[in-house]
Design a protein around this ligand. Structure first.
Ligand code: ATP
Length: 437
């Protein structure tokens, strides 16, 4: 509340009103190659074509000079095809004339793709950097930017994220950027180590410590001395090993099985899990004191579906050393639509498979129909609701073509008529190469 005592200086100190979000598009693919170009809409609109998107030309000869116009009015996006030669598509559906959309995801113009974004300001100045082994998109880069200071400060690091998001790559970056970079990087998958032998594998053993122990054996911890110990799937450690690991972290000493004296070690520890480790602590499955020791710094690697701008770059990265047909926008677009529960690992594997098969069959351009119908989709069985009602039989190709034609190519309407979900229809269209120019 303002008071009569307010001075001019007081009002000058008032915080500036927050800048409103800037809706825009992020161009991610053009003319057969990945691209990263955030383009804010100017005064709410933008004409897109060969000559420009964000004041720079787009390298795609399938674009018309003035191809489409995109504008934002309130919560709605409006997309208008400006009489283009090769068509304008929103989420795989062709737009003729002008149409409004509530939550569109992907815009395809010719052989060019862009993602709709409510606010492109966070992407200003960001870029994608392709190293020999790693693609660093804006999100992955931001994560690595948090990893380096933690490593330098000598903090332990806990990396969380779904399987295949690049947690091991982040752990290797922790090793590379810390003071123990010259030492070894010793990775252990805690889920793969049987509980009965975990203790001796981790901490080593002395001759005679157990029947068959004929010589002293070094454990992973000793092997990582002056280096980094990476505990993958750390949530799976047994209670006994958790206790011993905690002791090692607190004393900086390791006591091998059967040894009477502990040895000093200089080990930096980085851990990873796809599980919610705090929830595991709350459920009494993981020691709280160990959690705090392991998680002095924490980073989360978002799933691939939350960093779609990296998808075209990862595809190009996967295909860079193999003979491969040219990448067509419809293939990349189909990848952008899928949730990829196996994240980067699954995407790279599927891209290589599609390229191999495409090359073997003499395909010149890798298109949506070359993506496996099941790739990138959840593996779970049907939900209870779906199981309760019998699923409608999949139509054959002729029926689908006829239904699409009867509904003027409108996928949603065709899906309703066939009693299917829109995504099922897209999948069938991709399988049979329907609806792609
Ligand atoms: N940004 C990236 N650039 C290039 N390759 C990547 C990238 N992220 C992940 N990969 C590749 O994907 C695969 C999975 O990555 P990684 O093993 O680091 O994931 P993870 O999260 O540790 O998986 P998991 O939890 O299943 O062990 C690896 O082959 C890795 O090289």
């Amino acid at each position: 509340m303002r008071t009569g005592l307010e001075t001019q200086e007081d009002s000058q100190l008032e915080p500036a009103a927050p800048e409103p979000p800037r809706p825009g598009l992020v161009f991610v693919f053009s003319g057969g190659a990945p691209l990263f170009r955030p383009v804010p809409l100017t005064q709410g609109r933008q004409v897109l074509g060969r000559e420009g998107a964000g004041e720079l030309p787009l390298p795609d000869e399938r674009l018309s000079r003035q191809h489409a116009e995109v504008c934002r009015e309130g919560a709605h996006w409006h997309v208008e095809d400006l009489g283009s030669r090769n068509g304008t598509f929103v989420d795989g559906e062709q737009v003729t004339g002008r149409r409004a959309f509530t939550n569109p995801r992907v815009l395809r113009l010719g052989n060019t793709l862009a993602l709709f974004r409510d606010d492109v300001r966070p992407l200003a100045g960001a870029d994608v950097i392709c190293g020999p082994d790693v693609v660093r998109g804006p999100t992955f880069h931001a994560v690595l930017e948090q990893v380096a200071p933690a490593a330098l400060a000598g903090e332990t690091l806990l990396i969380t994220g779904e399987s295949g998001t690049g947690k091991e790559l982040a752990a290797r970056a922790y090793h590379q950027s810390g003071p123990n970079a010259r030492g070894r990087f010793v990775a252990i998958n805690c889920a793969a180590v049987p509980a009965s032998v975990a203790e001796r594998l981790l901490f080593g053993s002395r001759r005679g410590a157990y029947s068959g122990a004929e010589a002293d054996a070094e454990g992973y911890v000793q092997a990582a001395d002056r280096g980094v110990l990476f505990l993958d799937e750390v949530a799976e450690l047994s209670a006994e090993v958790q206790a011993k690991l905690l002791r090692m972290l607190e004393t900086r000493e390791v006591l091998a099985l059967g040894a009477s004296r502990a040895q000093p070690v200089d080990v930096r520890v980085c851990s990873a899990t796809h599980r919610d480790l705090r929830a595991a602590v709350a459920a009494g499955q993981f020691r709280a004191d160990l959690y705090h020791r392991l998680a002095q710094a924490r980073v989360r690697l978002p799933p691939l579906r939350e960093r779609l701008e990296e998808v075209p770059w990862l595809l190009a990265h996967a295909l860079r050393d193999v003979p491969t047909p040219a990448l067509h926008a419809t293939f990349v677009e189909a990848c952008l639509f899928r949730p990829w529960p196996g994240n980067v690992r699954e995407l790279l594997g599927e891209a290589r498979r599609a390229a191999r098969e495409g090359t073997a069959s003499g395909t010149r351009s890798l298109r949506a129909e070359h993506l496996d119908a099941e790739a990138g989709l959840p593996l779970e069985g049907p939900t209870e609701a779906a199981a309760a009602s019998p699923a409608p039989a999949a139509p054959d190709r002729a029926t689908l073509e006829a239904t699409l034609a009867a509904h003027g190519g409108n996928v949603s309407a065709a899906a309703r008529a066939l009693g299917l979900h829109r995504t099922q229809v897209y999948r069938l269209m991709q399988r049979w190469g329907l609806g792609t120019p």
